[in-house]
Design a protein around this ligand. Structure first.
Ligand code: A3P
Length: 293
């Protein structure tokens, strides 16, 4: 059970790298100075953009579509969460055998220093801001350390201003990584593309990671990674978060809807207009657009 202050927040103070408050887990030094290897595979996302889904696919691509192990061993153990090691009770990332698979939500300016020079493989999954916001609202209400009581509209305004959630602004996070899309060691994916044609995206990931998969293995991965199958799989549905007191019972499931377009059930016309304007300001000039239905 997690004790301590109600907020679990990572702030990036101006001109500094990172400042952790709340359930403080990793010291700044441990983030900054992690030894990085070129063979590492990092799945990086803004929270609620399809992290878990991408992790499961990447793990299977890297492990010959071994669904037996994927069903038996918790995803957070196979594919640890860099900045919150208490969630997965894993041995430290430093001791993992190479090639290491690592998940993080860290924004680009606060990644470990060696990422720049060692150039590990990075897979960054994006999601449209409207569905991300709805997904985050439900998730934050589940999280014990946040104890969030606001309504959706209050939450959405804070979310789009980059507060409430501990990983800074959705806009900066997406824009910073998107600007690296032409780097050889970076693959950008979109949640909406995973929904539309999962087999195509699995093959794209395999090609990026230099893994050869048979057509049968691709199909195995697709079937294992459908929303329904993952929701029913206790090794990948994040249900362990409740066991350790990180999420509250009766507040819904981590694997919630898994759809494009749920935002339409929540957004007022004003909020929709606000997000369209922010999109125009921050992402569209960069050539970054999303599907919304
Ligand atoms: P919803 O809340 O919209 O359902 P993350 O892993 O980054 O926290 O993202 C969680 C979101 O991804 C949730 O979205 C969850 O349902 C969705 N998700 C996880 N696995 C999925 C899958 N196999 N297919 C579709 N969506 C999935």
């Amino acid at each position: 059970k997690i004790e301590g202050p109600p907020a679990l927040t990572l702030y990036q103070a101006p001109g500094t790298r990172i400042y952790c408050r709340g359930a403080q887990i990793l010291m700044q030094d441990a983030i900054d100075n992690l030894e990085v290897y070129p063979e590492d595979v990092w799945v990086i996302t803004y929270p609620k953009c399809g992290t878990t889904w991408t992790q499961e696919i990447v793990w299977l691509v890297c492990n010959n579509a071994d669904t037996e192990t994927a069903n038996a061993v918790e995803l957070d153990t196979r594919f640890p969460f860099f900045e919150y090691p208490f969630i997965n009770r894993r041995p430290t990332i430093r001791k993992m055998p190479s090639p290491r698979l690592i998940k993080t939500h860290l924004a680009l300016p606060v990644l470990p220093y060696q990422i720049v020079e060692k150039k590990p493989k990075i897979i960054y999954t994006m999601r449209n801001p409207k569905d991300t916001c709805v997904s985050m609202y439900h998730f934050i209400k589940m999280l014990t350390p946040f104890n969030y009581k606001g309504n959706f509209e209050e939450f959405a305004k804070e979310f789009f201003m980059g507060v409430t959630v501990g990983h800074g602004s959705f806009w900066d996070h997406h824009r910073d990584y998107w600007r690296l899309k032409d780097e050889m060691n970076i693959l950008i994916l979109k949640y909406e593309d995973l929904i539309t044609d999962l087999a195509k995206e699995v093959k794209k990931i395999a090609a990026f990671l230099d893994k050869e998969l048979t057509e049968e293995q691709v199909q195995t991965i697709v079937e294992h990674c459908t929303f329904k199958t993952m929701k029913n799989n206790s090794a990948s549905n994040q249900s362990h978060m409740q066991n350790i007191g990180f999420t509250r019972a009766g507040m819904g499931d981590f694997m919630r809807k898994g759809k494009i377009g749920d935002w339409k059930n929540y957004f007022t016309p004003e909020l929709n207009n606000m997000v369209d304007q922010l999109n125009k300001k921050y992402l569209e000039p960069e050539g970054l657009t999303f599907d919304y239905e």
